[in-house]
Design a protein around this ligand. Structure first.
Ligand code: OVM
Length: 402
């Protein structure tokens, strides 16, 4: 008998990962993807998909083979003009990537941002005072998950007070733009010029407060760590990547607690679990569901030969629920060790703002855990559809005071 080495055929899927049904609930599609194989050809978009942890993790780690500079969306920057000047971090590879990355790594480092914790704790208390003064029912998306980041993050960057209403719509479009040119992108198109101009106006040296991340980025330009021309684009990265992500990360953790009350009891008994809870929610919901890479050479993955120049869709949310890697992946469980999840990516591009995100989340969760004995969903929940984000439009909740 001959060994059947040449009979392997890459599984093919005709599914659309950016369709209404998948965006409404991606879990059934992700399970099919993982079951089909380590690499699946997604014929609708002529891309390869990876839904299992092992391959997603390996691709994220191998930046030499799986490049970012051709864009981390479906659009191939080698062939198509990007909708905006590419990000100097997200859409770049070494060596160009490294100076901007080093600057942000320092500014957003765990020690560097510690000073923000105290004032953010006061902001969290104040927000909850106002919220609970109006009663015990509210929308956990608008009134909490969006309200808190919008209260603390733009000030931390140091942008002007006016124009902040553009941050969420701009981020929503930026994350849609990583996907195909579907109706979600079309819906955002009419405002692109206006929103891009508004965001760019917040990135200029002279509008930024002297104490924020923005000013620190310009200080790095003054030291020649980066060029003066790079500085505004690095500020833009903070404003693009730092708002919708944390809003949906907070919404994810609040939803997870509202639907898992015994886990809320655990957090209340041990508020030191706030950071773990946030990371577990990032694993569980994966606010950033997907990113693409582009191959720089022919490579074999799981028996499939992928040609140079192919787009690869990495399903971070699917990897984070892969039963090959996680015990009971569909359970939100504070006793788990969630580190190793790929919800912040992995490797050289791993979320540079993750310490900020954890600080925002742990601050608001700690304040909530002190005052709130129970959280429950009090009405119909609504997803917000986005080509990249797993997002919420509305989470009506009722809370019981401690
Ligand atoms: C950026 C950026 C980084 C991460 C995510 C992201 C829109 C953007 O550098 O602009 O999503």
């Amino acid at each position: 008998m001959t060994s059947p080495v040449s009979t392997f055929e890459t599984p093919v899927s005709s599914a659309d990962p950016f369709s209404y049904d998948v965006l409404e609930d991606p879990l059934p599609f992700q399970a099919e993807l993982r079951a089909a194989g380590p690499v699946v050809y997604l014929e609708k978009y002529d891309v390869y998909g990876m839904g299992r942890y092992e391959e997603v993790h390996a691709a994220l780690t191998d930046w030499q083979t799986f490049q970012s500079a051709a864009g981390v969306g479906l659009s191939n920057f080698r062939k198509e003009k990007p909708w905006r000047p590419p990000s100097l971090l997200l859409e770049a590879d070494p060596p160009h990537h490294d100076a901007p990355r080093a600057v942000l790594t320092k500014i957003l480092g765990p020690r560097e941002i510690r000073r923000l914790g105290e004032s953010w704790a006061a902001d969290a208390e104040d927000l909850l005072d106002q919220l609970l003064a109006n009663g015990t029912e509210f929308d956990a998306v608008t009134d909490l998950a969006a309200a808190f980041p919008l209260r603390v993050f733009p000030d931390a960057v140091g942008i002007p007070k006016s124009g902040r209403q553009n941050l969420l719509p701009y981020g929503d479009h930026a994350f849609n733009a990583f996907g195909p040119a579907n109706e979600l992108v079309a819906k955002g198109a009419p405002r692109v010029a206006e929103l891009s101009a508004a965001i760019a106006s917040h990135c200029a040296r002279d509008v930024l407060t002297p104490d924020g991340f923005g000013a620190q980025i310009y200080a790095a330009a003054d030291r020649r760590d980066i060029t003066e021309a790079q500085a505004p684009l690095i500020v833009r990265s903070l404003l693009t990547a730092g708002v919708d992500t944390t809003v949906n990360g907070l919404a994810a953790v609040i939803y997870a607690f509202a639907t898992n009350p015994t886990q809320w009891d655990r957090l209340r008994e041990n508020p030191g679990l706030a950071r773990t809870a946030f990371d577990e929610a990032v694993r569980f919901e994966s606010p950033v569901q997907t990113f693409f890479r582009t191959t720089t050479r022919d490579i074999e993955v799981g028996g499939t030969l992928i040609r140079e120049g192919q787009k690869i869709l990495m399903f971070l949310g699917s990897a984070n629920r892969d039963p090959r890697r996680w015990e009971n992946p569909d359970e939100f469980d504070l006793s788990r060790e969630p580190s190793g999840h790929v919800g912040f990516g992995f490797g050289i591009h791993q979320c540079v703002g993750q310490h900020i995100a954890r600080l925002e989340a742990s601050t608001i969760l700690t304040a909530l855990a002190k005052r709130i004995a129970a959280i429950e969903i009090s009405g119909p929940t609504r997803r917000h559809h986005n080509n990249t984000l797993r997002a919420w439009e509305s989470l009506p909740v009722r809370v019981r005071r401690a």
